[in-house]
Write a protein that binds this ligand. Sequence first.
Ligand code: ATP
Ligand code: MG
Length: 346
Amino acid sequence: MPSMMIEVEGLTKRYGETQALAGVDFSVESGSILGLLGPNGAGKTTAVRILTTLALPDAGRGRVGGIDVVEHPGEVRRRIGVAAQDATLDPLLTGRQNLALVGGLSDMSRSASKARAAELLEQFELTDAADRVLKGYSGGMRRRLDLAASIMTRPPVLFLDEPTTGLDPTSRQRVWESIRELVAQGVTVLLTTQYLDEADALANQIVVIDHGKVIAHGTPRELKAASGSARLEVALSAPHPGAIAAIAPLVVGPVHLSADGRRLSAEVDASSGIATSVVRALDAVGVLVDNIEMRQPSLDDDVFFSLTGGHVSTTDADDAVDLGAARSVAGVLEHSSNVDAVEVGA
Ligand SMILES: Nc1ncnc2c1ncn2[C@@H]1O[C@H](COP(=O)(O)OP(=O)(O)OP(=O)(O)O)[C@@H](O)[C@H]1O
Ligand SMILES: [Mg+2]
């Protein structure tokens, strides 16, 4: 088994005037989840369609399990499961019939297909609805059945195109749990999403795309750290004249002091160990700390917004910038007009 289960190099696709993909590179390690994150029209589905052999790239290549998707589409199809963004199941058939149909289209025997369908209906808590037609399913039930259908043949690689779009929070959580279970069993997942919290909750690696280009990639943690500004709040047991000076070297920008002199707050780099350093620094000047809180930046508010906030997609430059352990993706994008891809971490 190759260590990189999905590999994409220079993937390019144009629809008329629209450059859906403009040279996208990424890879997905075996047994991990990659979150392909981007707004409407970013190119997510186009990438999925190419990798699942439903569309041909204009240039570049994709490999699944080491197999080229253009040269050997049949081989690739045997190894993958797909839960497409547009409904692919038949609304007039029951859940059970739909799964049986998926089994029948692969090489599964009737009995194997029937047994597997029953097992999946149970696993996705659809047994009660199994013999009702899909038309009457709720959105969440439908997405769970999509997921069940995609793993009928136990494929080692799974493509999930926006698996939770339109679901209520409870249904989302259930779909997330199912995805986590699959990965625990060793399945490799490429998941597209517009939701940063979803990528944050599920993905080992996140690739952010916008207008067909990769604009950032890294672990959720790296992307959050790259946005820099976690908020530190310290409650002192009593006001102390040396408190501000003690922590000033450890924070970014000014330290704010509450009117009663007992609460300090400041922006800090979201690096590990910062809370320990702050407590030590205060302790060293004899300040007692009652409470310390760190609010980590969220992918939603901080990272994604700054990445797709208009700085990026207007430039023509092609050079990707490797920031190493990047400190501020947002800052770099703001201060450099010819940067359009930022690699966070190694
Ligand atoms: N078959 C097609 N014909 C013409 N244009 C297309 C076609 N498929 C995609 N596009 C265009 O390519 C761009 C990328 O589309 P794509 O569906 O890949 O985006 P997406 O990231 O999946 O968006 P969404 O989050 O809305 O699903 C869009 O501008 C879209 O309009
Ligand atoms: Mg899409």
